[in-house]
Design a protein around this ligand. Sequence first.
Ligand code: GLU
Ligand code: ZN
Length: 317
Amino acid sequence: MPNLKNPSSPADGYRGRFAPSPTGPLHAGSLVAALGSWLDARKNHGKWLLRIEDLDAPRCIPGADQEIMRQLLACGLNWDEEPTWQSKHQDRYKQALERLNGLQTIYPCTCSRQSIANVLEARGVVTPRNQEMVYPGSCRPQPIPQYEDGNLFSNEGAWRLALPSKLTLQFEDQVQGKQSQNLNQEVGDFVLRRRDGVFTYQLAVVVDDAAQEITDIVRGADLLNNTARQIHLQKVLGYTSPSYLHLPLVLDEHGEKLSKQTLASAIHTDTAQQALQELRKAAEHLGLSDLPDGKETSIAEWLLAATQAWGRKITSS
Ligand code: GLU
Ligand code: ZN
């Protein structure tokens, strides 16, 4: 399993991150991602960065970032370096879009969801429930020209990344194993900047992971499906790809995905006892066993034991 970079060696440049969207306080699922990425960074003597992904303003809740930071600190999950907010880095994303324009790999799209749905329907393509529609390429010019940079930010349409044909991307996930995704068939040319001017998660996460020199991404398996897109974008932009570890989804005793309700309810971290209790639940989801459970255990002691257990898990499988 994961990422066995000789755990006994000193810092080898490992840089990990936790990148919550401030759409609410931490819940059980996001604490699992926070704890897993923190433990992996600590085990590898690396740095753990906190990045607030607040580009989609309508979905962000004022104060949620501060609440998330309070919760992390209450759980002893301290970060290295100053936290960053994506909303303060618009220039980075603009520059990336301009570069992609220079490479003639982006084009504007004025399709509505409905017009995309209509095209797909006419082609007999059925999109399974809660899956994104595969963009049929309706607005894609042939060949792709280079646009005036000023037009990139005019908000007359969304900007999509033009994928090469026959793009099947493969990568190794440290936990989930070999992954393969045919981006043409499963995703299509995807949006980098929305018509309302918001840079998308796919663009921002790739640009920031590169800007912050992230070497190891540890996050929930709910994001696994985005990874091929991100690796492709890294290649186009000439960035080094980090290694990926997608934490298993939280399952109940029947092996079913936990209900939204269980996962989505905020965790309680008002007292150290409560925080420890939440950490214990998160650790259980991560498959860590034999951690101290005495009343006297401090969070710091418990985290140390968890870091050691994380290493055992890594080396034993
Ligand atoms: N901001 C994303 C989320 O909260 C996670 C980004 C990532 O870890 O790549 O779902
Ligand atoms: Zn279009």
